[in-house]
Ligand binder design. Structure first.
Ligand code: SF4
Length: 289
């Protein structure tokens, strides 16, 4: 457990966290929406500092990052918790567990993780990817580790939903080399009703980050929810206005978590969406096809 960054003390020993745009007001003994930050006696603590639930040396293409050190490997780590509540979560077993529910957690200090990453360099490792669950909600651990990893010549990669406030994002970006950011849909209604968050905040993260590091974007196409070609076209147009060099990954949905009643995305939809997006973007890839 570690004292958190980005919060204010308010009345009656409550705190307000402003790490992400939820800006949770948390009373003593409670956690925020992400279930990873808790008010203990009027101070905010990160519950998942150094708590690892998954670790693997993955191909970089699995993040997915296609145009960043293609063919390399990256030491990938994740913890528990998420600040979004997407009913279609493809990683729900760790993203929606809480500290008490996670059975296979082990502790690691930033120094040890960086040491491990360096040991794996001869196996093709280029650095550390903060992935599997949402990395911004173990911000303090990612920040400390990324800084150290950078000093040792390693690369840092975030695989994120992009729902982070501007100030913490800008503080972290100097240590980040590449990001894959999920843009889950291109309508505000999808974000508010399905993910309980907001499209504009995610767009801001893409726009700020693309100026500072390599960015690729993933869009999971879900039948009946975000699969209209008009929506794909709007997404591609906006992304091209940031940079038409940003790779877009159009990914196939499979029924998971609370959305098991929707069929997998038809392959034809993905092919059509790729054709539409390629009118605006240089690099469009299909995932899980
Ligand atoms: S990081 Fe967690 S506690 Fe902080 S505002 Fe976001 S959801 Fe709430």
């Amino acid at each position: 457990m570690k004292l958190a960054l980005y919060y204010n003390k308010i009345e009656d020993s409550k705190v307000q966290c402003y790490l992400c745009p939820h800006n949770c007001i948390i009373k003593p003994g409670s956690t925020g929406v992400c279930r990873a930050r808790a008010n203990m006696k009027g101070e905010l603590y990160s519950l998942n500092y150094g708590k690892i639930t998954a670790i693997a040396l993955d191909p970089i293409g699995k993040k997915p990052l296609k145009n960043f050190h293609p063919g390399s490997m990256i030491l990938s780590v994740g913890t528990f918790g998420c600040n979004l509540k997407c009913s279609f979560c493809q990683n729900w077993t760790i993203a929606h567990e809480s500290f008490d529910e996670s059975s296979d957690i082990f502790d690691v200090e930033p120094e040890k993780l960086v040491e491990k990453a360096l040991e794996l360099v001869p196996s093709g490792n280029i650095g550390i990817a903060y992935t599997y669950n949402e990395p911004s909600i173990w911000y303090e651990f990612v920040y400390d580790t990324a800084k150290l990893a950078r000093e040792k010549g390693l690369r840092n990669v975030l695989v994120t939903n992009g729902f982070i406030s501007r100030e913490p994002l800008e503080e972290l970006l100097p240590y980040i080399d590449a990001m894959n950011i999920d843009v889950k849909a291109y309508t505000s209604s999808f974000y508010s009703s399905i993910c309980r968050s907001s499209l504009d905040d995610v767009k801001r993260t893409v726009e700020i980050s693309a100026e500072k590091c390599h960015v690729e974007v993933t869009n999971l196409i879900i039948p009946g929810l975000n699969d209209s070609m008009e929506e794909i076209e709007e997404l591609a147009k906006w992304l091209a206005s940031v940079s038409h060099e940003i790779p877009l990954h159009l990914s196939r949905f499979f029924p998971r978590y609370k959305m098991r009643d929707v069929s997998p995305t038809p392959r034809e939809t993905l092919f059509e969406a790729k054709d539409v997006a390629e009118r605006y973007l240089k690099h469009v890839y299909l995932g899980n096809i």
